[in-house]
Design a protein around this ligand. Structure first.
Ligand code: AMP
Length: 303
């Protein structure tokens, strides 16, 4: 099956304790599609400005990502600037320039409209709904967001949440969205907003899934060298949705596997700046790390 994603395609400027980069390829949809491309066909919807170089589009095409849905408009590409401290868990946003996204009116290419799996990556919730409204009867819709939209467009975000099956956000965002510091209570508040399943990403502490009264906990892969957490959440989403799109099985046991594939892709991504690590993985490396996760969390039953 193939997967439709809308989100940001961006120039990121990032500083971590281990280095800094200026105006490198980033954006929620870029990280997401690259990670998902190891599992399934991906069709991307986004907008870039006239300053967006051909080489980045060539890279996306080299990952077999369908970029017919990327519009080029007069103006500048979306830009994000962020900084991380030593704990590396949460970015401090220094600057967000929406640029061409401010006037973007997504119009899906005809062959995008029958995609069965849709991911609304982190972007204006109005745009998330505009894309979703153009898709005929999707089988699974998942969504990501961030504090920028929780604070700036809460009402619109709540409308989007009514339409999604799975929401993926980080712990800080779950607390902010629900107004509740305890994550278990926060989860039940957020599930009352619409999604059937909530996945809370906790950076180096892993991820939690809440669905009905069931909870699943996955660790993060213990890495010796982490350079840049930017895009980890989106790569988690890409691995997670890519695997679900590949298998078209949305039972909880398969969702648990998808969470581990998401964790695998996030763990590779943080090993380098921008998309440097995940742009050229091979599927064997992904499977090997999946098995490492299995060993990491194995323990015997009581006898
Ligand atoms: P994460 O996976 O949460 O680390 O996402 C980082 C990516 O999100 C960066 O590549 C940014 O370009 C992108 N980003 C940051 N702020 C926004 C925003 N307000 N809307 C859409 N994308 C954003």
């Amino acid at each position: 099956m193939s997967l439709l994603v809308v989100g940001s395609v961006a120039f990121d400027s990032v500083k971590t304790p281990f280095g800094e980069v200026d105006e490198v390829l980033g954006g929620s949809a870029t990280y997401f599609s690259t990670a998902a491309s190891y599992f399934t066909e991906v069709s991307l919807v986004a907008v870039v400005g006239t300053d967006f170089p051909e080489k980045h589009l060539t890279f996306l095409k080299s990952r077999k990502i369908d970029i017919e849905g990327i519009e080029k408009q007069d103006g500048k590409t979306f830009r994000w600037k962020g900084e991380y401290g030593y704990e590396l868990n949460e970015a401090r946003t220094l600057d967000t320039q929406l640029n061409v996204f401010q006037s973007f009116k997504p119009k899906l290419p005809e062959n995008y409209k029958d995609k069965k799996i849709v991911f609304l990556a982190n972007i204006d919730p109005d745009l998330q709904r505009e894309v979703l409204e153009q898709v005929n009867k999707p089988a699974l819709v998942a969504c990501d967001t961030m504090n920028f939209w929780i604070e700036g467009k809460r009402e619109s975000l709540l409308k989007t949440l009514k339409l999604v099956d799975i929401l993926l956000i980080n712990d800080g965002e779950a607390r902010e969205l629900s107004g509740e510091p305890n994550l278990v209570k926060a989860a039940s508040i957020i599930l009352s907003f619409g999604p059937k399943t909530l996945i809370i990403k906790q950076g180096e502490y892993g991820a939690l899934m809440f669905s009905g009264d069931r909870i699943f906990s996955a660790p993060a892969y213990p890495l010796e060298s982490i350079f840049d957490p930017t895009g980890a959440g989106d790569c988690f989403g890409g691995g997670f949705m890519g695997y679900l799109s590949n298998t078209m099985n949305f039972e909880e046991s398969n969702i648990r596997k998808a969470i581990i594939f998401g964790s695998v892709m996030a763990s590779y991504n943080v090993e380098a700046f921008s998309l440097d690590r995940i742009k050229s993985l091979d599927y064997q490396e992904i499977k090997d790390r999946y098995q490492e996760f299995k060993k990491l969390t194995h323990f015997e039953d009581l006898s």
